[in-house]
Design a binder for this molecule. Structure first.
Ligand code: HEC
Ligand code: HEC
Length: 293
């Protein structure tokens, strides 16, 4: 609390202002009910519209008790809780402390379960339906905005995480790395280097990679020269670079001729954000168990 205020002077000043305003309110209410001028009203009453005149009935007495109660409540509140300047109050209560208490309770409640999960193998986790439920909840909360509610991919931008094709590798270690550190793919734009014709030729050639590549196509030479370094001579891809397999029927951005052309022309720069600082080890382990085959 005291950290919010620049100095003891300001805190003291706020205390004075607060107490002074309360005293003023108390005095005002008291004088309204018990001040003696209420019955005297010596001045001549103005009369409007023929018979409209100010009344002189005191407000009902229960109003007084209500306001009095509120004043007493305020004073008590300020005694017990941090409400007066930087004064912490008798109970020493604070939002920050309440939060850290609830974290401590949470940790104490779940420490046992967490230790158990850490010692379990991925297969054991996969066989525990409750844990897999939890994993799915984490996935829905953290990952589904991009990868879709079931992780089946989305919008030809976010990969399907349940197919057999893994851009960055399918092992538990590789998946862990994808989640913890994030991934950023870098496939440069080829338009300037290959020209429109070169792009079309190599796109045509890529579409034959699923049957081993049609060597009679002019695109083969282009592919061998420019693409094999990352995608491999037969289009198998390279998980170290996140270069996807081009010889299957699974495409991130789309497998029709126009989309493949667009991928080559403009390049692709998919980014998987890092979750290592956002999720803890147990949560990450559960997610790996959910994704790995
Ligand atoms: C420096 C490495 C590198 C080189 C060289 C490279 N690529 Fe790529 N390519 C990648 C990466 C990485 C991706 C994934 C991009 C992403 O996920 O955003 C990719 C993605 C693609 C895709 C989209 C695949 C999909 O699933 O939608 C196509 C098509 C493609 N590359 C074709 C080519 C062609 C044709 C060449 C040669 C002209 C080439 N690439 C050269 C690294 C490379
Ligand atoms: C902001 C969007 C976004 C969120 C949120 C996100 N991802 Fe991703 N993820 C991506 C993109 C985009 C890629 C593909 C990167 C590329 O092009 O190489 C990716 C790739 C991956 C890969 C690698 C896939 C492969 O084929 O190798 C894994 C694994 C993955 N994400 C898991 C997760 C998990 C688990 C979560 C939740 C904790 C998550 N992602 C949350 C956008 C996201």
């Amino acid at each position: 609390m005291s950290a919010d205020l620049p100095s003891g002077f300001w805190s003291g000043w706020i205390i004075v202002l607060t107490l002074f305003s309360l005293a003023c309110v108390a005095w005002l209410v008291w004088s309204l009910y018990f001040g003696k001028d209420i019955d005297e009203h010596p001045e001549v009453e103005p009369v409007w519209d023929g018979n409209l005149q100010e009344g002189h009935n005191a407000p009902p007495l229960w109003w007084f008790w209500m306001i009095f109660g509120a004043l007493v409540f305020s004073l008590m509140y300020m005694m017990f809780f941090p409400a007066l300047g930087s004064n912490a109050g008798i109970l020493n209560w604070s939002h920050g402390k309440r939060l850290s208490d609830s974290y401590e309770n949470f940790d104490a409640n779940f420490a046992g379960v967490r230790a158990e999960i850490v010692s379990m193998s991925l297969v054991e986790i996969q066989n525990d339906l409750d844990l897999m439920d939890t994993a799915e909840r984490i996935f829905r909360r953290e990952c589904s905005v991009c990868h879709g509610p079931e992780g089946r991919g989305q919008a030809n931008l976010f990969p399907n995480l349940h197919d057999v094709d893994w851009q960055w590798g399918a092992s538990a270690e590789q998946i862990e790395q994808s989640i913890r550190g994030g991934r950023s793919a870098n496939m440069i734009a080829w338009q300037a280097m290959l020209g429109e014709e070169g792009v079309e030729q190599v796109a045509e050639y890529i579409l034959t990679l699923d049957v081993g590549g049609d060597a009679s196509l002019p695109g083969q030479a282009v592919y061998q020269q420019s693409c094999t370094a990352c995608h491999g001579p037969d289009g198998a891809g390279n998980p170290l670079l996140g270069a996807p397999r081009l010889s299957d029927d699974i495409w991130l951005y789309g497998g029709d001729f126009e989309t493949i052309k667009a991928s080559i022309t403009n390049g692709r720069f998919g980014i998987m954000p890092a979750f290592g600082h956002r999720l803890d080890d147990v949560q990450i382990k559960l997610l790996i168990a959910l994704l790995v085959r």
